[in-house]
Design a protein around this ligand. Structure first.
Ligand code: GLC
Ligand code: GLC
Length: 820
């Protein structure tokens, strides 16, 4: 069953009924000011940091679902009101949930438009954040389709958050006596804590004359009432209440007269503004907000033409980003994801890491070291300068040991002490993101950038040295089988082999009560081989031959250790526990086979020559693959194991305990492509592709336009149900798997490689890819089954699969790929 459809032309997902299985959200903003918005206008906004600069309130995990948002109420002032047939409604369905005659929500790139109709009054609200601004616009267009005139009231309402979202939701002894607002010229200014250490405030403005306002929540809602039927809306009048402590809101009342057929547009602005510390007040010795710098911003954006111009600029921004790679394949789901939604999701992960979604509260996590390095793989080619900056920010949180803070805070860019370090895969991800960056951009200068350790001035070293320390970090921590020690966890945050925890609530990630000298990770071993070989390649290209040799040798030795202790006979093992027993082996009762080492080891090139890669992949197909994607391991852990940690804390089939953890599925797609099995790779690709799953939205439940972190595994009664959509490494990795390995358009140090491993039944595909300033038009034509390729570049056959870099300034290159 579906709840909407893709409009590929307009680059939108159109939701046609409001009661989706879960709120289906979108993101507003792309630089500093962000918002989450659901298909019924739920959600919240923040400036840079979803915890520390939260503008509006939202109640996750509340009933009804999706409480708090950007609400507008319309009221037919000519009609009598009674409880059974109220004369007001919400054009976004929530919060009143009064039935609408028509409803449609269009989620686009950085904007959302909700349009509805009730009793011949049509309303459309377009929400977006103009590029470069710290504000959001709600553009309301009302049309009277009746054949007589009407007197309407529009009420807008939001609930302000007292900035720190955690404090706001917990510290009531203080925060119920804090709120302060100012109302000036119809504009509502939220200035809680401005009197003391803050120099920022929020504001709500409107293009029309305001007939009344409320800033105290209770005055607007009435005691014991909710957002679905505010007393003031019912009465048709606001009381100009001034918040003083309690719950500050912004509510405005606009009166509208519309003749038959007439249309009217109203603009609302919700914004964030900072004043310099010494110009906070006006006059200086008063407590009144200085509004001199905010007023011009407001004056600009209450104009319809300015708003339209800003909206068009936003569209152009996205169109230009998407143009960097466009494909036309025989499969509509592939085209849709590669050309649009997957790219969009990757950009959202760049902006928000794992901080704010319908599943991430915006309070908990900062920017993850491992997460962001992987997210980079998806957006390097879109925003190379910002990717460069992100790599350097991440590297600056590295520790002198080569280890890394697991997370850093976006506002300060400092490592987060609460979670600390010792996730032993972390440092290696920096090598993989940096090498991918160089392959894309050919910008070798990044390796010479001076970057501090732990952000301490005076400790700067070239980035290259940081990467060397990443490699050294693993080599300094080898276990009894000469495999890397796992530390607190590797990629799988829940495989906690040095944490034997029997205390409820104790953090599995930060509790370490074993000496850490025994438990080893085969996954890190595979990853190390991949990273050390990248370093060898980089060193060789910089004429550092001795170092190159050393990296190669280290990779070689690790490979030997891996074959002797990491191969189980039919697949790669996962790890060794604190007792020295294997995990992910036939010897185990549960958790016999895991997906991660199969993907990672084959991506590192293991087993391609001796047939073991194929063997491991056949084991995956037989033991882990389901119609809803590939499970993390099998059999699931049926009980809690003290020596395994959080992985066994989840009921069987959820999350890391044998769910379909989508992030890992593209590793298997890449591995299948590496062994030349395009049909298998693409089959796995389709199983978790959200557009394919649109058909089963009532099972899948999450948005059909983005990947979710997890799909419930077959050990649960909810098999196929997705959770944790949007902020997941699944986005970047699927993009890499489909574009670089299945379609095979892959940046290398020497130029763009084209090595498609596509389904046998595909006759070919077309792609246009911008790479290092040149536009490559690529035609792939299948001549027979198989993956043999012959390339013609600008009409001339060339040897091999890498297109030599054309002379600087070359604008266009035409490539014909004969496949089979
Ligand atoms: C979450 C984390 C990621 C981790 C994964 C597996 O997605 O953000 O860092 O690798 O879970 O545990
Ligand atoms: C939980 C989740 C895991 C995530 C981790 C982050 O363990 O299961 O997916 O990576 O929290 O702290």
């Amino acid at each position: 069953m579906r709840y909407g459809y893709f409009n590929d032309e307009s680059r939108e997902y159109v939701i046609t009924r409001p009661d989706t299985p879960l709120p289906w959200i979108n993101y507003l903003g792309s630089e500093a000011y962000f918002g989450i918005i659901s298909n019924t206008a739920g959600g919240y906004s923040f400036y840079k940091d979803a915890r520390l600069r939260r503008l509006t309130r939202y109640r996750l995990n509340n009933v009804p679902l999706d409480s708090g948002g950007r609400y507008i109420y319309l009221r037919d002032d000519d009609a009598p009101s009674n409880r059974s047939d109220p004369n007001f409604w919400s054009p976004t369905w929530q919060p009143s949930r009064i039935p609408l005659d028509e409803y449609e929500c269009r989620h686009g790139l950085g904007y959302t438009t909700i349009r509805s109709r009730r009793k011949d009054i049509e309303a459309q609200i377009r929400y977006f954040v103009p590029l470069g601004e710290s504000l959001e616009i709600w553009e309301l267009t009302i049309t009277n389709h009746r054949d007589q005139s009407i007197n309407l009231s529009a009420f807008l309402a939001i609930e302000f958050c007292l900035w720190d979202a955690l404090d706001d939701a917990t510290n009531f002894q203080r925060n119920l006596s804090l709120a302060e607002v100012e109302v000036d010229d119809g504009v509502i200014y939220h200035k809680t804590e401005y009197r003391e250490r803050r120099n920022h405030f929020a504001y709500l403005a409107c293009s029309e004359e305001v007939a009344g306002f409320d800033t105290q929540r209770e005055a607007f809602l009435g005691a014991y009432r909710g957002w679905e039927s505010p007393a003031a809306v019912e009465a048709g009048q606001l009381s100009n209440s001034m918040a003083s402590g309690w719950q500050p809101i912004g509510a405005q009342h606009i009166k509208i007269h519309l003749d038959a057929g007439q249309q009217k547009e109203i603009i609302f602005i919700l914004g964030y503004h900072e004043n310099s510390q010494d110009e906070k007040f006006d006059p200086p010795e008063s407590q009144r907000l200085n509004k001199r710098t905010v007023k011009p911003v407001i004056a600009r954006y209450v104009q319809v033409e300015e708003v339209e111009r800003a909206f068009q600029a936003l569209r152009t921004y996205w169109d230009e980003l998407l143009d960097l790679l466009q494909v036309s394949t025989p499969d509509a789901h592939t085209n849709r994801l590669v050309n649009l939604w997957n790219v969009y999701q990757v950009m959202v992960t760049f902006n928000l890491s794992r901080s704010a979604s319908y599943f991430e509260s915006g309070i908990g996590r900062g920017i993850g070291f491992r997460d962001s390095n992987q997210d980079l793989l998806g957006f390097l080619h879109l925003i190379p300068e910002r990717a460069r900056e992100r790599i350097l920010d991440l590297a600056a949180t590295q520790l002198p040991s080569g280890g890394a803070y697991h997370q850093y805070q976006p506002l300060t860019k400092r490592g987060n002490d609460d979670i600390g370090s010792n996730f032993n895969d972390d440092p290696l991800w920096l090598v993989l993101s940096t090498s991918a960056y160089i392959k894309e951009t050919d910008d070798w200068s990044i390796l010479d950038e001076a970057v501090p350790y732990d952000n301490k001035p005076g400790t700067e070293e070239p980035l290259f040295d940081h990467l060397e320390r990443s490699i050294g970090y693993t080599l300094d921590r080898l276990g009894p089988h000469r495999l890397p020690l796992i530390g607190r966890a590797d990629w799988n945050d829940c495989l906690n082999l040095n944490c034997f925890s029997d205390t409820p609530g104790q953090s599995f990630q930060t509790t370490t009560n074993k000496d850490g000298n025994v438990a080893e990770s085969v996954f890190i071993a595979g990853m190390f081989i991949l990273a050390a070989n990248e370093m060898a390649d980089i060193a060789r290209r910089r004429q550092l031959n001795e170092q190159a040799e050393a990296f190669s040798r280290a990779a070689q030795e690790m490979e030997e250790a891996l074959w002797s202790a990491g191969w189980d006979g039919d697949w790669f093992r996962r790890a060794y526990d604190d007792f020295g027993n294997p995990i992910g082996s036939k010897q185990c009762e549960e958790g016999k086979i895991f997906i991660e080492p199969q993907g990672m080891c084959i991506m590192a090139g293991l087993g391609l020559e001796n047939g073991r890669a194929m063997q491991a992949l056949d084991s995956v197909a037989e033991r882990l693959a389901t119609p809803h994607g590939i499970l993390l391991h099998q059999p699931a852990y049926s009980r809690y194991y003290l020596h395994l940690g959080e992985i066994s804390s989840y009921p069987a089939g959820y999350k890391e305990n044998a769910g379909v953890f989508c992030h890992t599925n593209p590793w298997i797609m890449i591995a299948e492509a590496r062994v030349g099995r395009g049909n298998n790779a693409f089959d796995y690709y389709l199983r978790i592709n959200p557009s394919v799953r649109e058909e089963i939205s009532d099972v899948h439940k999450c948005e059909p336009y983005v990947y979710a972190q997890m799909i419930a595994g077959h050990d649960t009664p909810m098999h196929g149900e997705a959770k944790n959509s949007w902020l997941t490494g699944t986005a970047a990795w699927n993009y890499v798997a489909i574009t670089q390995w299945i379609l095979g358009i892959r940046p290398t140090y020497d130029g763009l490689a084209i090595e498609p491993v596509i389904p046998t039944e595909w006759e070919g595909f077309k792609a246009v890819r911008r790479f290092r300033g040149t536009r490559y038009t690529i035609h792939v034509e299948r001549h027979s089954p198989g993956n043999e390729i012959r390339l013609e570049v600008n009409g001339m056959p060339i040897d091999g699969s890498i297109i030599p870099t054309p002379p600087t300034g070359t604008e266009e290159v035409d490539v014909i790929v004969k496949l089979g």
